[in-house]
Design a protein around this ligand. Structure first.
Ligand code: ARG
Length: 459
């Protein structure tokens, strides 16, 4: 059989042009969605009396057979049929004969491909919400096991104030919670049906777009046929959401890599998630977080790629838009891999409470608390800050930490000090003193864990 659009042509397509313009190598990933959309379309054509009931039955049977062959992996796609839509239509016509040619009545590949993409992303978004929730679960699990683990919190990667390790992990739970919200919000726009827009202007057939939407579980249809076939915002939104998710994963990756270095030794990733070196026998490398950090780049790239493709495109469909697919598939695959690995990697990591504690005992991260102590005695904060700055400088010169100072030494800096500061300076005290909503005090973090668990139960 010749090309489905061959009528107007007198010459064969150049072989290189066929290869260059074909998308079948990658859009075959849309095969299921394409059949799903066609089944709903042809059912509507029957209901509207545009096709006879017999024709509709024959076409539906044929489409189901195509679907089975797709699932059995027994469909040979050909480059000369360009894309998944024409490959499937051609297979259908080969199977049921010329009645198969009635399927495309009142439809264009332009609204068809857009519909397939909506169906595809709709399913993926639901899967990603689940994967993110799994990761949150793993983080919450580690947080619960580390409600008594204190480590230095950092700003500028310099020791700042002690915090609970659970509090640090729960920050990521919040971040991934926003990612879930963003995906759920984008669902509204993903779940809008373009089919029925035709090539760009609608169709002369008395179709029922709302009936198709209902069959395919779309909440609504596009208001404007030009917009329906030109819009790729929903893919951009997904790629943006994915970029933010990967950015979060990459920040966590960076911390896991730092924490598992000999310099920190705060955590140890399970052997199952690390690899060795071909030359250095002692090595255990955190390849998974490193690769996730690296692959974040390609996910950003896919977003920039599509933004750039769409910039300046006139309405409505342009072949440029075929470039929306590979980046999207790549982002789906890259992010799936990262999220699938992250949940078990977090769940199995070993946390060294002792190393973290040791670090807290050997720093000045409790300095703010003695400043606050002096404020409690009536000193303005700025003056207290200055006094403690001098005290810390003295400690550094003497090779001591604040808890090593004798009360007389403290008193050289202010007569307001008394022996209660030794209690104030204890890491547990420092942590639990931050008893504000969202703070690092044990009661607050344990409340936060409770709230996260009840939200997770809803996902
Ligand atoms: N393979 C095309 C794509 O992915 C399908 C739509 C083609 N439409 C057209 N008028 N050439 O964008």
């Amino acid at each position: 059989m010749s090309k489905l659009w061959g009528g107007r042509f007198t010459k064969k397509t150049d072989q290189l042009v066929e290869e260059y313009t074909a998308s079948i190598a990658f859009d075959q990933a849309l095969a299921e969605e394409d059949v799903q959309g066609s089944l709903a379309h042809v059912t509507m054509l029957g209901k509207q009396g545009i096709l006879s009931a017999d024709d509709v039955d024959t076409i539906k049977d044929g489409l189901h057979r195509v679907l089975q062959r797709i699932r059995r992996n027994d469909l040979e796609f050909s480059v000369s049929d360009e894309d998944i839509h024409m490959n499937i239509e051609k297979t259908l016509i080969e199977d049921i004969g010329s009645v198969g040619g009635k399927l495309h009545t009142g439809r264009s590949r332009n609204d068809q491909v857009a519909t397939d993409m909506h169906l595809y992303l709709r399913r993926r978004v639901v899967e990603f919400v689940q994967l993110l929730a799994k990761l949150q679960e793993a983080l919450v699990g580690q947080a619960k096991a580390n409600l008594d683990t204190i480590l230095p919190g950092y700003t500028h990667l310099q020791r700042a104030q002690p915090i609970l390790f659970a509090h640090h992990l729960m920050a990521y739970v919040s971040m991934f919670g926003r990612d879930i919200e963003r995906l759920q919000d984008s669902y509204k726009r993903i779940n809008t049906l373009p089919l029925g827009a035709g090539a760009l202007a609608g169709t002369t057939f008395p179709i029922d777009r709302h009936f198709v939407a209902k069959q395919l579980n779309f909440d609504r249809v596009y208001e404007n046929s030009l917009d329906a076939v030109s819009d790729r915002d929903f893919i951009l939104e997904f790629l943006s959401d994915a970029s933010i998710i990967m950015m979060h994963l990459s920040r966590l990756s960076e911390e896991l890599i730092l924490w598992s270095s000999t310099e920190f030794r705060f955590i140890e990733l399970d052997d199952a998630f690390c690899t060795g070196s071909s030359i250095m026998p002692q090595k255990k490398n955190p390849d998974v977080p490193e690769l996730v950090r690296g692959k974040t780049g390609r996910v950003y790239g896919n977003l920039m790629g599509l933004l750039t493709v769409l910039k300046s495109l006139p309405l409505a469909y342009n072949k440029d838009m075929q470039e929306d697919k590979e980046g999207m598939f790549d982002t789906v695959k890259t992010m799936q891999g990262a999220l699938q690995l992250f949940a078990p990697m977090i769940a199995t990591m070993k946390v060294s409470k002792e190393r973290m504690r040791q670090a807290v005992n050997q720093d000045f991260s409790n300095a703010t608390d003695i400043a606050d102590f002096l404020v409690g005695k009536g000193l303005p904060f700025r003056q207290a800050h200055e006094i403690i700055g001098k005290t810390v400088l003295y400690c550094i010169q003497e090779g001591k930490y604040l808890l090593d100072l004798k009360l007389e030494e403290f008193k050289q800096f202010s007569q307001l000090f008394d022996e209660r500061i030794y209690e104030v300076l204890q890491p547990e005290q420092v942590v639990n003193a931050r008893n504000v909503y969202g703070g690092t005090a044990t009661v607050q973090v344990s409340d936060a864990i409770g709230r996260a668990e009840s939200e997770l139960a809803l996902v």
